[in-house]
Design a protein around this ligand. Structure first.
Ligand SMILES: [Mg+2]
Length: 300
């Protein structure tokens, strides 16, 4: 049963851009404790494994190295796409003379939401927006900094670069998110100044509007998140299939930005990265069958 719930959890959150936002579970529904609580494979990997800890620490080191190097160059262009451009034909905002900033998503980028994730698992539900809303308000102290983040943020700040958070947590819950980030050691943030939330711009869960707002005052030299919407909204275009989306990240004009201004951290627990049919994941040209199997069941 728990495995079924975990799969449902992944599927539900696959449609989300950043923080989980959809569920059929009713708020206030009776809570029945699961007999055996076993985290999903994605949760085991991300939140529990030494391998994940190493990978994210490696990434944070790369981010800090890049920011230190870039800050020393006095850049004249940032890494935020202009509103009329795309990853295929990108334009970048000029920002000469503005103070430097690095922009980070919050959930599963700066912090791991261990408190809410564990609560959902223990309740045997995939996700509940009302409970998530309460988590945004009261979760301070129960979310932890991602391994390597605190050391990297210290280096980034030491380089004179302002740390800004752009998250799809709700603007109404700004105080709770500020408290959560501070309690995790990420730092002090101020809504509208160094913290930007869903509702601050008219494009809903899209983040390009908020990136424009931030860019009015800063030269953004790094964008960091666990989902491509943390980098640029065109990556989340609804008409993009799984393979198309991957190909878009390889567009020649922007492919060099990964690890060099654009950074992605792993999230195998929820989000738009977790989707795809059999043929999306396993190209036909790679299909293989053992000699003992005269015929494999059809995949679709
Ligand atoms: Mg996130």
């Amino acid at each position: 049963m728990k495995q079924i719930m975990s799969v449902a959890f992944v599927a539900l959150l696959a449609a989300c851009q950043t923080a989980p936002v959809q569920t059929p579970a009713a708020a206030g529904a009776p809570v029945e404790a699961a007999a055996v609580v076993k985290p999903s494979a994605g949760q085991q990997w991300l939140f529990g494994s030494a391998e994940a800890s190493v990978i994210v620490r490696q990434t944070w080191e790369t981010i800090a190295d890049y920011v230190e190097s870039k800050a020393a160059e006095a850049p004249t262009y940032g890494v935020v796409l202009t509103p009329d451009s795309s990853p295929v034909q990108p334009g970048f905002l000029a920002c000469e003379g503005r103070p430097l900033a690095a922009v980070f998503d919050a959930d599963e980028t700066l912090i791991w939401n261990l408190g809410s994730m564990a609560a959902f698992e223990r309740m045997g539900i995939g996700f509940d927006p009302a409970i998530w809303d309460e988590w945004e308000k009261t979760g301070a102290g129960k979310a932890v900094a991602i391994p390597g983040a605190l050391e990297a943020l210290a280096r980034i700040r030491e380089a004179g670069v302002t740390v800004i958070v752009n998250t799809n947590r709700a603007a109404e819950n700004a105080a709770g998110t500020e408290a959560t980030l501070e309690a995790a050691g990420i730092g002090e943030f101020s809504h509208g100044s160094t913290l930007f939330l869903r509702g601050d711009a008219p494009d809903g869960t899209g983040k390009d509007g908020r990136r424009m707002m931030i860019s009015e005052n800063y030269c953004v030299i790094a964008l960091v998140g666990d989902q491509l919407g943390d980098i640029a909204d065109p990556f989340n275009a609804k008409n993009l299939g799984v393979l198309d989306r991957k190909v878009l990240t390889e567009a020649p004009a922007i492919s060099g930005l990964w690890g060099n201004g654009w950074f992605v951290l792993p999230n195998p627990v929820y989000g738009p990265s977790i989707r795809g049919d059999f043929d999306d994941i396993y190209p036909e040209a790679t299909h293989w069958a053992p000699s003992a199997a005269s015929e494999l069941p059809a995949a679709n």
